[in-house]
Design a protein around this ligand. Structure first.
Ligand code: NAD
Ligand code: TYD
Length: 350
């Protein structure tokens, strides 16, 4: 039986990866390590929490000694590393947490893995999950390739870029058996409502202003989260050692167009007249250093591993809206407490 560590498994993407691995691989013991920050929520995993091959460990990747003890205890065969501070706006307000978790936390995991794998790397794998934001900002043309030079422009993307470099450094220097991927924006159930899609669904339902940064002209490439989880499974098992794979939806939307589409779907589902909630659109001060456009060229993962998105955007987007509208209790839970303070600082007191 293999023991696999998934970090950040109580977060948005991590919970989908944990669910996929626990259900698909009964022969693996899946250990979910999560600090349960504001973004981590164990109710994301209630459907699998009692499975015999699933274990939850609360812990903090910035604590190197704690990580070493955890690795000594479980003797992991593989690591799928998703734990991170993940929201650009928070990284602008408080960069240091991003440095600690994303950079120092990643190195702690690399060191702990290296220590328990000291007798050989055969059958071992350290998979680092990253973002397309490390490549910087595109103009109107072109897409990010795996070979695109890094040009991170926010504290979040700079901290992720730094962790990517360190993972590659451990590959080259210590021959650690690593693999990496850089994915575009994800949407789907269980995303914390500080990110565009769940935040705006929540606000439309509650008739609250929809804060569009700048002119709403920025472009993102949207992928359904379960398709990302499928790609992660493939790369973990079949990706070539030391390689990086870009993952994307081939699905670019200008923010304002995406927001209009969202309003159309939510209004219809709430029985409002068509376009009724367009009046909630409120243009606010732009995000500092706001990257204009992200777009992924996912040819490599398609050609090498046969991966392509399986969920059509129109279907994925509609079912995502359905999920947030029917899981009001989940939204209310995660938006109580600290969230109110964040919301005020980010949107009300500016
Ligand atoms: P998220 O913020 O929803 O979840 C992050 C999880 O990490 C939470 O459960 C949190 O409790 C945990 N965590 C944070 N700090 C920790 C610490 N010090 N120790 C242990 N656990 C800690 O993030 P997400 O959107 O699910 O992103 C997961 C990963 O995927 C991140 O590495 C992110 O950079 C990457 N990514 C995200 C997207 C996206 O669109 N959301 C796209 C590409 C890549
Ligand atoms: P976000 O979901 O934060 O993802 P990222 O910044 O990692 O791409 O934001 C997606 C886009 O939506 C981005 O261009 C910023 C914009 N945005 C707004 O216009 N208003 C908001 O309140 C938020 C959270 C994002």
């Amino acid at each position: 039986m293999k023991t696999i560590l998934i970090t950040g498994g109580a977060g948005f993407i991590g919970s989908h990866v944990v669910r996929l691995f626990v259900n698909k691989y009964p022969q693996y013991r899946i250990v979910n390590l999560d600090k349960l920050t504001y973004a981590g929520n164990l109710t994301n995993l209630t459907d699998i929490e009692n499975k015999p091959n699933y274990v939850f460990e609360r812990g903090d990747i910035t604590d190197g000694d704690q990580m070493q003890q955890l690795f000594d205890k479980y003797q992991f065969d593989g690591v799928v590393h998703l734990a991170a501070e993940s929201h650009v706006d928070r990284s602008i307000a408080n960069p240091m947490e991003f440095i600690m978790t994303n950079i120092v936390g990643t190195v702690n995991l690399l060191n702990a893995a290296r220590a328990i794998w000291k007798d050989g790397f055969e059958g071992k794998r350290f998979y680092h999950i990253s973002t397309d934001e490390v490549y910087g900002s595109l103009g109107d043309e072109g897409k990010f390739l795996e070979t695109t030079p890094y040009d991170p422009r926010s504290p979040y993307s700079a901290s992720k870029a730094s962790s990517d470099h360190l993972v590659r450094a451990y590959f080259h220097t210590f021959h650690m058996p690593v693999v990496l991927s850089n994915c575009s924006n994800n949407y789907g159930p269980y995303q914390f409502p500080e990110k565009l899609v769940p935040l705006f669904i929540h606000n439309i339902r509650n008739n609250k202003p929809l804060p569009v940064y700048g002119k709403g002209e920025n472009v993102r490439d949207w992928l359904y989260v379960e398709d990302h989880a499928i790609a992660i499974d493939l790369i973990f098992h079949k990706g070539r050692e030391g390689e990086t794979y870009n993952i994307g939806g081939n699905n670019e939307w200008q923010n304002i167009k995406l927001i209009q589409k969202l309003i159309e779907i939510v209004d219809l589902k709430l029985g409002r007249s068509a376009g009724e909630s367009l009046k909630l659109i409120t243009y606010v001060k732009d995000r500092a250093g706001h990257d204009l456009r992200y777009a992924i060229d996912a040819t490599k993962i398609k050609e090498e591993l046969g991966w392509e998105p399986t969920v059509k955007f129109t279907e994925g987007f509609e079912s995502t809206v359905d999920w947030y509208l029917t899981n009001e209790e989940w939204l209310n839970n995660v938006t109580s407490g600290d969230y109110q303070k964040y919301y005020e600082q980010q949107y009300v007191k500016r």
